[in-house]
Design a protein around this ligand. Structure first.
Ligand code: FNR
Length: 382
């Protein structure tokens, strides 16, 4: 099975799980507390059937959309993921390069292992930057300035991490803040020789936006900077301040309630990402595909609505778009590709999603993914 490339996202997930050490796998895969939301993000897609239509002469399916003023050839972008360099040394740069090769973009995490400047230098297109509203406004401001100066066009402010979610698999395997190594964990890493060799050679686990280029920060140091700056003492005035300081498109990521979505848009945001952080933050919240319709109904006419969480196939993308999303983001699927095959693996995962979506829309008789609407779906009996 190692030789034939996986044919679906699940196959890439299995390959990724074989490639990285258990503590890295726990970090990628886990959700908060009981992982109910993690599971339901995926299972909630089973609440919907796709409507097949026949004899429709659907031949050239159009997948283009625009997000934040950027034309995408695929209505799927790469979500911000922290510590990507732990999955594969290509890290965030691999994610970005695969995204642009696939006609889409990535959102660079604040907790990235390649700096804002390194990603700008290593890519051909302009990507988007994810910001945590840190307690330290000087730090927040400097990240915004660096993103702007490096040509990042849109800012995604992640608001669902006032405190770090209680992720038990991370804690059990030593991937807490900061990570702790034991002889057993080191041995487990050594048993993944391909990963361990690349890790020793490239050491891409420092959060380079927080311990800037040119300094000799360690992974533990940078993760400590991150945890010290996380604060629950963050409110609407902080978002207002960010809006006043950022001229380009602004998205707020981590919204589930339509009232919050409305307030975000009233405040001048250009879009929202309906997200529960991939089930990694508040457990027992609604799966995102359930929260999406109410948000799209409330603000979809005056803001761009994106969604992420549990999207693993072209059929899932079709459901998300039919329920009002303009595009979706994928987090773990991109990381599976990265862990399983570096930048090429990510491009392959995006290619699979594209092919699945085109094939599905052909059989649904939908000529353009932007035309997807609720009447293309049937609710499944519960
Ligand atoms: C994330 N996510 C995330 N979000 C964010 O705004 N900043 C970040 O640094 C991270 N880091 C991160 C790491 C890892 C390993 C994962 C899996 C996720 C959340 C991410 O952007 C997205 O919301 C979810 O991943 C979407 O769910 P799926 O696609 O993973 O099911």
């Amino acid at each position: 099975t190692g030789r034939t490339p996986p044919l679906d996202v699940e196959g890439w997930r299995r390959r990724a799980g074989r490639r990285v050490p258990p503590m890295v796998w726990a970090y990628i895969e886990n959700g908060a507390d009981t992982e109910r939301t993690l599971g339901e993000n995926r299972s909630a897609y089973r609440d919907w059937y796709l409507n097949q239509r026949v004899l429709t002469r659907t031949t050239d399916v159009d997948l283009t959309t625009t997000v934040a003023g950027t034309r995408l050839d695929l209505p799927v972008a790469v979500a911000p993921v922290g510590l990507a360099g732990a999955a594969h040394w290509h890290g965030d740069l691999g994610l970005a390069r695969a995204a642009e090769r696939s006609g889409t973009r990535m959102v660079l995490s604040s907790a990235s292992t390649y700096s804002i400047e390194e990603v700008a230098r290593g890519t051909d297109e302009r990507h988007w930057f994810q910001l945590y509203p840190w307690g330290d406004r000087a730090l927040t401001a400097s990240l915004m300035d660096r993103a702007r100066d490096s040509g990042f066009t849109a800012l995604f402010v992640t608001v669902d991490v006032p405190v770090y979610g209680n992720r038990l698999r991370e804690r059990r395997t030593g991937m807490g803040l900061p990570p702790t190594l034991t002889p057993r964990r080191v041995l487990q890493a050594a048993l993944r020789p391909r990963w361990a060799y690349a890790y020793l050679r490239h050491r891409r686990t420092t959060l380079r936006n927080l311990v800037p280029d040119g300094t000799r920060g360690t992974a533990v140091e940078s993760v400590t900077v991150q945890s010290e700056n996380l604060t629950a003492d963050i409110g609407w005035n902080d978002l207002e301040w960010i809006r006043s300081r950022w001229d380009g498109p602004l998205f707020v990521k981590g919204v589930l309630h339509p009232d919050d979505a409305e307030r975000v848009v009233d405040l001048g945001a250009d879009g929202v990402v309906v997200s529960n952080h991939g089930g990694r933050q508040l457990d027992a919240v609604q799966p995102t595909v359930r929260a999406l319709p109410a948000v799209a109904q409330r603000v979809g006419h005056r803001a761009e609505v994106l969604v992420d969480g549990g999207i693993r196939s072209g059929a899932d993308v079709a459901v998300a778009l039919a329920l009002g999303a303009r595009a979706c983001l994928v987090g773990r699927p991109a990381v599976y590709g990265l862990a399983g095959g570096g930048a090429d693996g990510v491009a392959e995962v995006l290619r699979i999603l594209r092919e699945e979506l085109v094939r599905n829309l052909t059989m649904m008789g939908v000529a353009a993914s932007a035309d997807l609407a609720p009447h293309h779906l049937t609710p499944a009996p519960r």
